[in-house]
Design a protein around this ligand. Structure first.
Ligand code: ZN
Length: 346
């Protein structure tokens, strides 16, 4: 992993670089952007830079360079550097509990193992309870020497204003289709048709695009889209397919991440349907899906399209707050059926 292989990070990287070279680097940054936009990768690249054993003695290196080969760089990349820890909310908890924050603060106050400071990557920061937020604010007011905190979140507006005002903000935007295609090519994807199709579907999110490069992921989405665009739409068939997808995945967090990626693809489909309703070409789905998109668009109006997006967002929230996956999926299947194949009255 090197800066020149990463796309869409020029702006946050130069912002951070400028803060470093002017000696105004804060102790904490909010890394805000959609899931899959590279926030975690960016945080790890900064961690690697700060902890690299071969880093220039110059602490004002604005390029955020690191060698990538020393034991420290390798440990950061493998996620087992003693001075760089990632803190996440256990999936069964609705909020980021204060106990985790206290452990995190204690960890940051320990002496740095390698003498180059300590780093905490927190995700997702929008799930802090009020108590956790207040405890965190104290850390920002009395920072341990050499500490750096990355607060990863999608929606910085949901953080307490007092946290936002004490952190520097770095925003991550989705990439262009061309940039996503380039990333896939750099990763060794030689099939240019697959690269173009996946770049369109991924909506500018390299994380989602890399996931979709798995042939099984693409064929899953094709089957799913077929069910969604069929007449009539059968909610239970859709729910069975989606539940089947996560059956073989081990671990709640992996299953939840897989479902969130699937829901994001649904949002892309609804947005294509909206385009077709307004007489525009779909932006994400391939040519082969255009005919069935047009048929479905014919029976939908703006109100029902909004309802589709709302049902998807509501499922995402329920999953985020620890709902049972199978139940959340079945309930979404019922909602989609009500919207896509409403019972005829009279
Ligand atoms: Zn290094």
């Amino acid at each position: 992993m090197n800066w020149h292989d990463l796309y869409g990070m020029e702006t946050p990287r130069s912002q951070l670089g400028m803060a470093i070279s002017s000696g105004r680097l804060g102790h904490a940054h909010i890394l805000a952007g959609p899931e899959g936009s590279g926030r975690r990768t960016f945080a790890l690249m900064v961690a690697r830079h700060r902890l690299c054993e071969n880093r220039e003695a110059d602490l004002h290196d604005a390029t955020l360079a690191s060698c990538g080969t020393c034991p420290s760089c390798k440990q950061v990349e493998a996620g087992n550097h003693p001075d760089c820890q990632t803190w996440t909310k256990p999936e069964e908890d609705k909020e980021f509990k204060i106990k985790i924050m206290r452990d995190l603060i204690e960890n940051l106050s320990l002496k740095s193992t390698c003498g180059r400071g300590r780093i905490a990557i927190i995700e997702p920061a929008e799930d802090f309870s009020t108590e956790t937020s207040n405890c965190f604010l104290k850390t920002l007011e009395e920072p341990a020497p050499g500490m750096w905190i990355a607060l990863i979140c999608q929606n910085p507006e949901s953080l307490l204003p007092t946290i936002r005002s004490r952190c520097q903000m770095l925003r991550f935007q989705p990439l262009s289709n061309g940039e996503v295609e380039q990333i896939l090519e750099n990763k060794g994807v030689s099939d240019s048709i697959a690269r173009r199709e996946v770049a369109r579907l991924s909506d500018g999110l390299p994380g989602l695009a890399l996931n979709l490069m798995e042939p099984s992921e693409r064929s899953f989405w094709e089957s799913c889209r077929k069910i969604l665009l069929a007449k009539p739409f059968v909610g239970s068939a859709w729910a069975d397919l989606v539940k089947g997808k996560i059956e073989n995945l081990t671990g709640g967090p992996i299953q939840r991440a897989a479902i969130r990626a699937v829901l994001r693809l649904h949002m892309g489909l609804w947005s294509d349907l909206l385009r077709v309703v307004h007489g525009l070409d779909p932006r994400r789905q391939p040519k082969s899906a255009e005919k069935s998109l047009a048929e479905v668009a014919n029976r939908l109006d703006a109100i029902r399209l909004t309802a589709l997006a709302e049902a998807t967002t509501a499922t995402n929230d329920r999953i985020r707050y620890g709902a049972t996956l199978a139940l959340a999926i079945e309930s979404m299947g019922d909602s989609l059926e009500d919207i896509l194949s409403p019972p005829r009255i009279g």
